[in-house]
Design a protein around this ligand. Structure first.
Ligand code: DGP
Length: 132
């Protein structure tokens, strides 16, 4: 009985802490809220940014919750590489042959507003440099 109670408590706590760190992007992954999804595989999802800053503005996210690039660990190496290859695939799919920009905002000063790692793909117009 004690083992059963310990197990149940562990499950409940895991659920609570997972939900605490989750963002709206987890709900998009689970299809609990709608998004304009343009690509999906086992490890990643890509969907159109709701607040587009360019004619094409897509977010590529890992299905695994890594809040920020500064939270990634060596074990995430192949996942992080995979995300860039997804960027490449999506950009091709979107016809961004003339170029595009890939942006990762990190933390407050980086302008990150959603704590689930995401790569912005921006294209379809000439982008300025440096960013503001
Ligand atoms: P960042 O500032 O780098 O954390 O970018 C977060 C982006 O996520 C921002 O450009 C707007 C976008 N975003 C926030 N909530 C939603 C949502 O519910 N759906 C979609 N499609 N995009 C969202």
């Amino acid at each position: 009985l004690i083992i059963w109670i310990v197990n149940l408590t562990t499950v409940i706590f895991r659920k609570i802490f997972r939900n605490m760190s989750e963002t709206i992007f987890s709900k998009i992954i689970r299809r609990e809220i709608p998004a304009d999804i343009v690509y999906e595989d086992d490890l990643a999802l890509a969907f159109r940014d709701i607040n587009a800053q360019a004619p094409t503005h897509i977010l590529v996210i890992p299905k695994k919750l890594i809040p920020r690039v500064s939270d990634a660990s060596p074990g995430d190496q192949s996942l992080l590489g995979h995300l860039l290859l997804v960027v490449q695939k999506v950009a091709q799919q979107e016809g961004l042959a003339n170029g595009y920009r890939v942006v990762i905002n990190n933390g407050d000063d980086g302008g990150q507003t959603v704590d689930h790692l995401h790569l912005h793909i921006l294209g379809g117009r000439k982008l300025q440099w440096p960013p503001g």
